[in-house]
Design a binder for this molecule. Structure first.
Ligand code: APR
Length: 177
């Protein structure tokens, strides 16, 4: 049975097999969680990212974790809210789906997500958190034993509340952590 946890904190510290990076299409780093992950992982991460040739919105790529506690980083590019010709919701769902599929393909049993697209990319947290939890639940139904732990690591109280609310809607029970 896959456990979902809504955790408040810094994703670069999470002791899981893979952490997900909310990157941009160049995969060459940036601010926010992207900057935090590259700083914590060290320069080898950027060196490997250079070899990937970028990533389209909704897609995901996997690299090593280097100096992070996590063995892998899964880089995904969220939609920029209002800039994807009305495809924002399906692209955001694709980020979660493709990241989970990549984790499963690489034998990662635990994975931590940040709140993709709700920072610089402007996605409203209420809708984004519901898309995240709905997509995660769909993945668990389709592949019940692929991943045993899925964390969503929130960086603010506001985000924590939004994801706990969404979790309650999609899982029926409020989730502490
Ligand atoms: N741990 C967990 N969450 C974090 C951390 C951290 N260390 N740092 C920031 N966050 C949170 C933010 O508070 C926000 O809720 O990650 C969420 C996503 O925000 P952004 O990092 O701005 O990502 P996004 O909105 O997807 O925009 C991506 O920003 O950093 C650039 O290169 C990145 O161009 C890309 C864009």
């Amino acid at each position: 049975m896959t456990q979902i946890r809504i955790v408040r904190g810094d994703i670069t510290k999470r002791p899981v097999d893979a952490i997900v990076n909310a990157a941009n299409q160049t995969l060459l780093g940036g601010g926010g969680v992207d900057g935090a992950i590259h700083r914590a992982a060290g320069p080898e991460l950027l060196r490997e990212c250079r070899s990937l040739g970028g990533c389209r919105p909704g897609e995901a790529r996997i690299t090593g974790g280097y100096h992070l506690p996590a063995k892998h980083v899964i880089h995904t590019v969220g939609p920029v809210y209002g800039m994807e010709e009305g495809h924002e919701a399906e692209l955001l769902a694709a980020c979660y789906r493709h990241s989970l599929a990549l984790a499963a393909q690489h034998g990662c049993k635990s994975i931590a997500f940040p709140s993709i697209s709700t920072g610089a990319f402007g996605y409203p947290i209420e809708e984004a958190s519901r898309i995240a939890l709905r997509t995660i639940q769909e993945f668990i139904r389709e592949q019940p034993n692929a991943v045993t732990l899925i964390e969503i690591v929130t960086f603010s109280e506001r985000d924590q509340r939004a994801y706990q609310k969404a979790y309650g809607e999609f899982s029926g029970a409020a989730n502490g952590a």
